[in-house]
Design a protein around this ligand. Sequence first.
Ligand code: 5GP
Length: 187
Amino acid sequence: MKKGLLIVLSGPSGVGKGTIYSKLLEKLPNLTVSVSVTTRHPRAGEIDGVHYYFVTEEKFAEMKDNDELLESAETVGNCYGTPKAPVIEKLECGRDVLLEIDVKGAKQIKKAYPDCVTVFVLPPSAEELKRRLIGRGTETEEQVSRRLALADEEISQSTLFDYKVVNGDIDVAVRDVMNIIKKVKGE
Ligand code: 5GP
């Protein structure tokens, strides 16, 4: 059986990766999600096992030590990682898997799985990114500043990605990512 495609979607916090991700899931029936583990506290409305598996730092370290994570990174003060077994299982079954992870994680995945496709989502401008991040209202002022500083650093590394997509209009960005997936799969 043909293996599925591993797709990595990265980009600065607030750029709209989550929305692109949900719309892709609606449109591509063969696409599945990977639920990450994190030591971050849940935001209002976030459900354990759906948005993330919320774990303690001890549990995260244990998973890392036991080689249960495909990649892991510390970003904006918290640890994040992709559980390995479910991703490998889905790819083996021919399902495509989308990882929505940070740049450090994306680099680890590209190194370990060169056949994956990496996509970096850019904001139309720095001002728009700031507006979206503040408008989201899920972070404190300090966290917003931290995420904006990290955004500059991440954007400077976007050249490492196979493809770049600008999220100015969400429907255009989703169509662009879908076209990349189709092209890589030779459809
Ligand atoms: P948030 O706290 O806003 O949910 O996520 C913060 C950052 O962590 C985002 O850039 C997101 O893409 C990244 N992230 C989420 N899950 C993972 C993961 O499993 N691994 C890595 N490396 N980054 C992740």
